[in-house]
Design a binder for this molecule. Structure first.
Ligand code: ZN
Length: 273
């Protein structure tokens, strides 16, 4: 069971109907403990104003979504570095527990996966160098391998931790059950990560059958993921962060009344998580 105070609302879950101010008020109204803004919503509200509203509402910030996207140009450009620095600054301003990194897939018109891996590591290293100076933690989110071409070429927890081992302090993983539930090594790798490198834990469900690989995520309990089991792996390592609900659902949850969505999240947190 996850009580509402241990839940966090990723703003993508209600992104079609609520702006960030609505999300902050909604979390406070429903007793949800935290929030994880996406940068577009944050910038739309204004980072300083959002920081005040989040703090006034007594919410934790389980993460800022997202930095990364290092690979598209086929080289690490100054624009990419600058944008990631801005993301770090935004994360610092809203007191986010980590900046979540979706690292990027193949470069445009490229088949060179090893090169993409090199770019990702260089981009992470340069961002981390800056993040350390302002005390922001960097969390690599391994994405399901189906996104290796277009979103992220870091696809397992093992791969993410290998990068963390090479880069040192201040970098860890954001674990999203949607992306890693199938991985037979998950428990071993979460053990390897340890508490300090388990920086975020995202929940939703994998629907079977699933109709869209990006926008058909399920509400917890509606799919095949054993969330309590995966959560127990993290808790065995001492994870005591929030459980961030991140549901991309164009045909279902995005078109419902967000208050109903939050009520369902809370009910499922109590019953199936
Ligand atoms: Zn996620």
């Amino acid at each position: 069971m996850i009580t509402p105070d241990k839940l966090s609302l990723n703003t993508a879950t209600v992104r079609e109907k609520w702006n960030l101010a609505n999300c902050i008020e909604g979390c406070a109204r429903h007793g949800i403990g935290g929030i994880a803004p996406w940068r577009d919503k944050l910038q739309e509200m204004g980072t300083d104003k959002a920081a005040r509203a989040i703090s006034d509402a007594g919410l934790r910030v389980s993460g800022l979504c997202r930095g990364g996207w290092f690979t598209a140009a086929g080289a690490i450009t100054q624009d990419v570095i600058d944008d990631n620095r801005r993301a770090v600054d935004e994360a610092a301003t809203i007191n986010a527990e980590c900046l979540v990194m979706v690292v990027g897939g193949l470069a445009d018109n490229s088949r060179d996966l090893p090169h993409a891996h090199e770019l990702v590591e260089e981009g992470l290293a340069r961002t981390l160098e800056y993040a350390r100076t302002v005390g922001v933690k960097i969390a690599i989110e391994p994405l399901h391998p189906m996104y290796a071409a277009d979103r992220a070429c870091v696809n397992t927890t093992r791969q993410a931790l290998d990068i963390c081992d090479r880069l040192g302090d201040g970098i860890g993983c954001a674990i999203d059950v949607y992306h890693v539930w199938w991985d037979h090594e998950l428990r071993t790798q979460l053990k390897r990560a340890g508490r300090d490198r388990l920086m975020a834990f995202h929940i939703c469900d994998w629907l079977d059958p699933t109709s869209n690989l990006l926008t058909d995520r399920g509400m917890m309990g509606d799919g095949v993921i054993d969330i309590p089991l995966l959560r127990s792996y993290a808790e065995e390592e001492g994870f005591n962060g929030l459980y961030e609900v991140e549901i991309f659902s164009a045909e279902n949850w995005w078109i419902r009344d967000p208050d109903e969505v939050l009520e369902t999240i809370i009910e499922r947190g109590r019953t199936v998580c």
